[in-house]
Design a protein around this ligand. Sequence first.
Ligand code: DGL
Length: 268
Amino acid sequence: MIHTSNRPIGVFDSGIGGLTVAAAMHARTPSEDIIYLGDTARVPYGTKSTHAVNRYALECALFLLNQGVKLIVVACNTASSIALTRLREILSVPLIGVVEPGVKAALSSSAHKRIGVIGTPSTINSGAYQSRLRELAPEVEVYGKACPLLVPMAEEGRLKGEIVDMVLEDYLGSLKRRKVDSLILGCTHYPLFKPSIAGVMGDDVHLVDSAQTTAESVEEVLLREGMLRTHGTGTVKCYVTDVPRQFNKLGRLFFGDSLGKVSRVTLS
Ligand code: DGL
């Protein structure tokens, strides 16, 4: 029988964006094998209903469980915001989402407790970030803003330049006026815009990249549960639910390194 620590970690996202989280995990806990599932046939989740996102998230998690994973990371902010609580009720493996690590990092970096959150429409409308921030720090002022154009722009590889700056000025103007001192990048794709967002928000605003903080949480949970793998070099195996053309093309941009073979699967 395989010892639990030697089993892979499952990571899923609506598509390619969660590779930013997988990359941060691979850097932080390099001995871990990662099985990544991108639900590319049904991306984006960020504009879908709660009902649909709950169903998709459960199907992704069940696929990963069938691969024998020891822990599941819900790398998608939309799925974390909407489906994580329900997944925890149904499944028995440890589940880590991206909301909690982002919230904690924002609270610890914000001196004046004025925090902005940007994400997909579904993430912002769910109120998951806003309510968790208020639960942990009732005095906090939270401002949420949906930025729906950023995901398609990232998937076009358009990460800087005049158009990006115009879109960011438009989305971030209200958060700047409210003088947030910490901004949660509450979507898998947004860390790719970090330099442009920093340019618009200014150097005084701390940008919270949930990918890094989630990788730290994963390590903490693995250590606590006695499941951390400490020897060998971990592999990253990717599955997608549609033809992998775009995934192969953009994989390097999101993962920061080339990906091995990407296989197509059908979820049920
Ligand atoms: N992965 C999604 C998220 O982090 C962004 C893409 C989508 O809308 O599915 O919210």
